[in-house]
Ligand binder design. Structure first.
Ligand code: C5P
Length: 343
């Protein structure tokens, strides 16, 4: 039985990590500095590399900092058990796809829509937990899942229904029509990316939980196996999508402090999620990440004053999450979103 202290500690760190990641990631993808924007595919690779290094340090710590013990564990568990290692290629490939999809989603959706829609992963996780782990859910649990689906549907309805009125372009001009079509198109791309990510998140999470709970192997060794494949898939992805740009301006083009923060938070996420899956489970992980929506809303509203709950239509409560560029001379500039009426 896992210690309750570790269980709640890992869940608490997960709330912190998810809250900070979504805000910094959205900020990093929407703010335009002077140079080129960093390559999302390179951020995925670097985060994977950092995660492997951190896991190696954790295994080293588990074995009283003996390099010899580390070497023998890696040989025994990774090199000598190729079939066991290969099992991790499945969640790893899926996570690599997912990590790239989330950048697509956050480049096209505002943080609030993204976060709420991504909560559908609780539903996919529950379905995979039932089918793959034989977990049973009670009536109330199924009912909460239905309410979750209804909530996500309302957010989407809101985004589409308000789109033409939210954006203040003279609706007759051809440029306005083109912009409107682009905004609708990118909303669609963003939502499609999140929905695929929800399915991959549910499956990969439950698959990893099954592997962890069916063997006694250290979670950090499992994470190294996962990360090794992640690194290989990520490198392929980077070369396939951004090979030309990498050859021209290098892997670290457009990196700044914010990019490094995103990369570090993503690496931390990998560690914390592994710990949560081990000490708690995937469904509790879902609740922890949902809690992070409330935490980030409160932080934005009371502290950053970036969250602007507005209701332009009495029938529809409309939340717009505005990330303000504090360095910009125009401090009210809303990044990546158009100005809303009445704002
Ligand atoms: O949204 P979701 O909870 O599915 O996100 C899981 C994230 O955690 C992915 O970015 C995945 O790469 C990462 N992860 C990891 N190591 C694990 C499990 C997940 O890095 N053992």
């Amino acid at each position: 039985m896992a210690s309750p202290k570790l269980k709640y500690l890992s869940l608490g760190v997960l709330v912190f990590q998810t809250t900070s990641l979504v805000l910094t990631m959205r900020y990093s993808r929407t703010i335009q500095g002077d140079g080129p924007r960093y390559l999302a595919s390179s951020a995925v690779v670097i985060a994977e590399l950092l995660k492997i290094l951190a896991c190696l340090l954790l295994v080293l710590k588990e074995h009283s900092y003996s390099l010899r013990a580390l070497n023998s564990i890696l040989r025994q568990e990774i090199v000598n058990k190729p079939m066991e290692t290969l099992k991790l290629a499945i969640p790893s490939g899926i996570y690599t796809l997912q990590n790239n999809l989330l950048y697509v989603a956050l480049s096209n959706l505002d943080a609030a829509t993204y976060q709420v829609t991504y909560q559908l992963k609780i539903l996919t996780t529950a379905l995979f937990s039932v089918s793959m782990l034989g977990r049973r859910l009670g009536v109330y649990q199924w009912m909460s899942l239905l309410i979750l689906m209804a909530g996500v549907a309302l957010v989407q309805l809101n985004a589409y229904a308000l789109l033409p009125r939210r954006i203040q372009w003279p609706s007759e001009s051809p440029e306005a029509k083109e912009k409107e079509a682009q905004a609708t198109g990118s909303q669609f791309v963003g939502v499609a990316a999140v929905l695929v990510a929800c399915c991959s998140s549910g499956f990969a999470g439950v698959y990893f939980e099954k592997i962890l709970k069916e063997s006694k192997q250290s979670v950090w060794v499992r994470n190294i196996q996962l990360g090794m494949f992640g690194l290989v898939f990520g490198l392929f992805g980077m070369l396939a999508y951004d090979g030309e740009r990498v050859r021209q301006s290098g892997v670290f083009q457009g990196y700044n402090m914010i990019t490094w923060t995103v990369v570090a938070l993503q690496a931390l996420g990998g560690l914390v999620i592994a710990a949560v899956i081990k000490y708690a489970d995937n469904i509790l992980k879902g609740f922890a990440t949902s809690l992070s929506i409330i935490v980030s809303t409160l932080i934005s509203y009371f502290w950053l004053q970036d969250f602007d709950p507005t209701s332009t239509d009495p029938k529809v409560i409309h939340f717009s999450w505005r990330i303000v560029d504090r360095q910009s001379p125009n401090t009210n500039k809303c990044l990546g979103e158009e100005d809303y009426p009445g704002s």
